[in-house]
Design a binder for this molecule. Structure first.
Ligand SMILES: CCCCC/C=C/CC(=O)SCCNC(=O)CCNC(=O)[C@H](O)C(C)(C)COP(=O)(O)OP(=O)(O)OC[C@H]1O[C@@H](n2cnc3c(N)ncnc32)[C@H](O)[C@@H]1OP(=O)(O)O
Length: 358
């Protein structure tokens, strides 16, 4: 007997109630059967080769060929009823598929006590920065440069400050790597330029580990306050990548070329104390009093005359600006080509596939 629409709907609800993850293979089958049962043969354009997750889903659906909708519905119901009720992990949206759980992610901007605070707010992903977040930050800095706050502060929500560039920015781009690299270089250049141009004191409150671009960007800040549990890591070489955010210029200037080499080329991870000793961090606070001490200090600074602060910053930055634009442009061009190399693609693939989820 063929499964009715009601049986199908019950099976979909059952999938949502599964307590244990049935595994990627089963989830792919469920996904494919669900799509076939509701939409018929695969009608999506084939995803790019580096878009691993969507490609796997596409392959599974496409493999069902012209299987009739009714048969797919029956097979879906049979597969669900064969699953042990003690399995875990439900999914959201399309049944049987790991969808991104909606979370309030991205960045959060607040303004209070003369301070505009920009928070990396993606704690479940260690505040990894997505394409969307780069653009949100560009906009937030644009607004903060003319709002009535005196200073602007970056910090992270959760245990990390930020784990840097979201490594799936490139693997999930629909148009493939070349297009993603091109777009990435444009976004990165605009993003870093918005830090070069930012007119007010810019402060980082580094609440936890910082990786990649969230570290290199610190060279663009006017002060960096760190918890003693923060670490600073730029694993560019192991990712087949090269420095960004003008760090190829600012880091040797801040800490001397030898120390900059250890960080930017050899990927040495610094403790907060080491980063302070090398001049990257302004002051380190014990984790237990970090938030209280830093925000008390910042509220005091935010009461200083804003115009004087802005003009002083302009004087400090002025002679460097053209150099910074040029360095930024060159770093972006270099990265655009690095992102397409085997070294880089392999490194990203091995991160993405270390615990592949569908
Ligand atoms: C416009 C484009 C501009 C590009 C500019 C280029 C910048 C260069 C860089 O920033 S290079 C640095 C890139 N970052 C990294 O290499 C860090 C990668 N992440 C890790 O090594 C680890 O996740 C960790 C050390 C940060 C934390 O390890 P831990 O074991 O404590 O936690 P998990 O690995 O389980 O992470 C929790 C979830 O967060 C996801 N995640 C963490 N970081 C990233 C990231 N950078 N990109 C994408 N996703 C990240 C991780 O996958 C886990 O997700 P899951 O729970 O769904 O598995």
């Amino acid at each position: 007997m063929e499964a009715s629409q009601k049986d199908f709907e019950n099976a979909m609800n059952q999938v949502k109630l599964l307590k244990k993850d049935p595994g990627n293979e089963v989830k792919l089958k469920l996904y494919a059967l669900y799509k076939q049962a509701t939409e018929g043969p695969c009608n999506m354009p084939k995803p790019g080769v580096f878009d691993f997750i969507n490609k796997a889903k596409w392959d599974a659906w496409n493999a069902l060929g012209s299987l009739p909708k009714e048969t797919a519905r029956q097979n879906y119901v049979d597969l669900v009823s064969s699953l042990s009720p003690s399995s875990e992990a439900s999914s959201q949206g399309e049944p049987g598929v790991h969808e991104k759980v909606p979370e309030s992610e991205g960045i959060v901007v607040t303004s209070e006590d003369g301070i505009t605070k920009i928070t990396f707010n993606r704690p479940t992903k260690k505040n990894a920065i997505t394409f969307q977040m780069y653009n949100q930050i560009i906009e937030a800095l644009k607004t903060a440069s003319t709002d009535n706050s005196a200073i602007t502060v970056f910090t992270g929500n959760g245990d990390y400050y930020s784990s840097g560039n979201d490594l799936t920015n490139f693997t999930s781009a629909a148009g493939g790597m070349e297009e993603a690299a091109k777009t990435g270089a444009v976004v990165l250049r605009n993003f870093v330029n918005s830090f070069i141009d930012f007119p007010k004191p810019l402060i980082a409150v580094v609440n936890g580990p910082a990786v990649g671009i969230s570290v290199t960007l610190l060279g663009m800040f006017d002060a960096v306050y760190a918890s003693d549990k923060a670490t600073f890591h730029t694993p560019f070489s192991s990712l087949g990548q090269t420095p960004e955010a003008c760090s190829s210029y600012t880091f040797p200037k801040i800490m001397g070329p030898a120390k900059a080499t250890e960080m930017l080329i050899f990927g040495k991870k610094l403790t907060a104390k080491e980063a302070w000793a090398q001049g990257l961090v302004t002051e380190v606070f014990p984790e237990s009093t970090f938030q209280q001490e830093v925000w008390t200090k910042l509220k005091r600074y935010a009461k200083l005359p804003p115009n004087a602060m802005r003009i002083s910053k302009e004087l400090i930055r002025k002679s460097e600006k053209e150099k910074l634009y040029a360095v930024n442009a060159e770093e972006c061009t270099t990265l655009q080509s690095k992102w397409l190399t085997e070294e880089c693609i392999n490194a990203i693939m091995s991160f993405v596939s270390r615990k592949a989820k569908l």
